[in-house]
Design a protein around this ligand. Structure first.
Ligand code: MLT
Length: 206
């Protein structure tokens, strides 16, 4: 469904009005349906799940990359702006509160969530980042007081090193965000520990 909005997406309204909105951002090769079942981790939230608009060999992504882990920074910035605009338009269209949008992204979806938070402070209230990398180095580093970040990365991830995770956590900390890092004993794939941590965190941020 696009409902005249700029991204193909799924929207599922919360059972009660006035709820927070969980923005679900899929990984490379996923789509708007993939992460919808994870919406149940945040009790009572609206679900907004867009599909990335870049195709890499037919696989949807949220921004272009030049190689694995090497991002097209201009494209990252442009696409993060497009996503921020979409969130605002979706809030007006569906009538949810734009000040209470929390992102949950996996891999490429986590990276666009970070980029959006860094480029457009205020669009997201928090971000739950699963297997996340630094999307780009903002200069200057924005001020994100009150912004909450949870990073859940794999301790043996061949795509995301420990140093990369530390760099991301430090970047958000320098911006004044409240950052938590959790390590899962796994690689790039998600495991039950991610969902346990996600559930606890998501239900403290609403
Ligand atoms: C990316 O944004 O490229 C990721 O972190 C890696 C991936 O999506 O496969």
């Amino acid at each position: 469904m696009s409902a005249g909005l700029s991204f193909e997406h799924v929207f599922q309204p919360a059972p009660q009005p006035g709820a927070s909105t969980l923005l679900l951002l899929h990984g490379t090769g996923g789509d708007e349906h993939d992460m919808v079942p994870l919406g149940r981790l945040m009790a009572g939230a609206n679900i907004l799940s867009p599909r990335g608009q870049v195709l890499e060999h037919g696989m949807p992504r949220f921004f272009r990359r030049l190689a694995e882990g090497v991002f097209d920074v201009e494209d990252v910035k442009r696409r993060a702006g497009d996503l921020a605009d979409f969130i605002g338009a979706a809030a007006a269209h569906y009538g949810f509160d734009p000040a209470r949008v929390v992102a949950m992204g996996f891999s490429n979806g986590a990276n666009i969530a970070s980029a959006t938070a860094l480029l457009r402070p205020g669009v997201l209230k928090g971000a739950l980042l699963l297997r996340a990398m630094v999307p780009f180095e903002p200069d200057p580093v924005p001020a994100l007081p009150g912004f909450r970040v949870l990073i859940s990365n794999g301790s043996s991830d061949p795509i995301v090193s420990r140093e990369e995770t530390d760099r991301l956590a430090k970047l958000f900390a320098r911006a004044g965000a409240d950052v938590e890092v959790h390590w899962q004993p796994t690689g790039h794939q998600l495991m039950p520990g991610d969902f346990a941590v996600a559930k606890t965190w998501l239900n403290t941020i609403r």
